[in-house]
Design a protein. Structure first.
Length: 257
């Protein structure tokens, strides 16, 4: 996927609010090794490095475009690498991920993998969007169904009908408990965003949900895809104002020593 940092940051304040809440949920402990999975342009990674100056902090992301905008060099204990979350190696005292794990399938299995890479006494802190049942996502899936051939059968989450792998807060809590976690906190929170009608929703999704589709289409097909999606959104949201109840799931857990 080809990410556009400028498009993503058009709504930077709205996208950053859940990250700040997740950072506040992290307990103060003597971390020595920290990884930020799907770090994007690295703002939260830098915050982690400054908050935990005795830790070595790694920001990992698959996008060269995003990593080119990271604050590398702004903290002595901070570094960034290009890589795949699913191929993460090493053991960490704090595994942090803000708005990235929703792109990976099978979250119970993913949690089990990350748990094995969490040091005894370590903390897992994760935030994922949970708006897959919103009309903007349902209509995006319907649009993708029209372009099955052009997309080569791609579905957003690599699952049948592009079903989201994101669990409920209870689902994450239960999975973490099964792994032996303690001090589990799992919550759902709405971060409302007011957008300029259907066109505002297009601009919002161009920074995230639209990326894997448009990245797989040539210019002409991408333009047709956008117009088909836009028509569906205008039919669903005919006014010039959309209250987007952007929902996130946040959770933290500790691996016993």
């Amino acid at each position: 996927m080809t990410w556009n940092p400028d498009q993503y940051h058009r709504f930077q304040a709205a996208r950053s609010a859940p990250a700040h809440d997740l950072l506040a949920m992290i307990p103060q402990r003597p971390y020595r090794s920290v990884v930020d999975l799907g770090c994007g342009t690295g703002e939260q990674t830098l915050e982690l490095a400054r908050r935990f100056p005795d830790a070595q902090v790694l920001g990992l992301d698959s996008s060269a475009e995003m990593l080119a905008r990271t604050p590398a060099g702004q903290a002595a204990n901070l570094r960034f690498e290009q890589g795949d979350i699913a191929q993460l190696t090493g053991t960490y005292d704090l595994i942090y991920s803000n708005a990235a794990l929703q792109w990976l399938p099978d979250h119970p299995a993913l949690l089990a993998q990350l748990w094995r890479q969490l040091a005894p006494g370590g903390v897992l802190a994760v935030q994922v969007p949970a708006n897959h049942d919103h009309a903007s996502h349902r209509l995006l899936t319907a649009t993708a169904d029209e372009f099955t051939d052009e997309l080569g059968g791609f579905t957003r989450f690599g699952t049948a009908q592009g079903a989201s792998p994101v669990l409920t807060p209870a689902g994450y809590a239960e999975s973490l408990d099964a792994l032996g976690a303690t001090d589990i906190t799992a919550i759902s929170k709405v971060y409302p965003v007011v957008l300029r009608g259907a066109d505002g929703l297009i601009e919002w999704t161009r920074g995230t949900a639209l990326v894997p589709y448009l990245s797989r289409l040539g210019d002409a097909d991408a333009a047709r895809f956008l117009e088909s999606y836009r028509a569906r959104l205008h039919a669903e949201f005919p006014g010039d104002r959309v209250y987007y109840a952007f929902t996130r799931v946040l959770f933290t857990a500790i691996r016993p020593s």
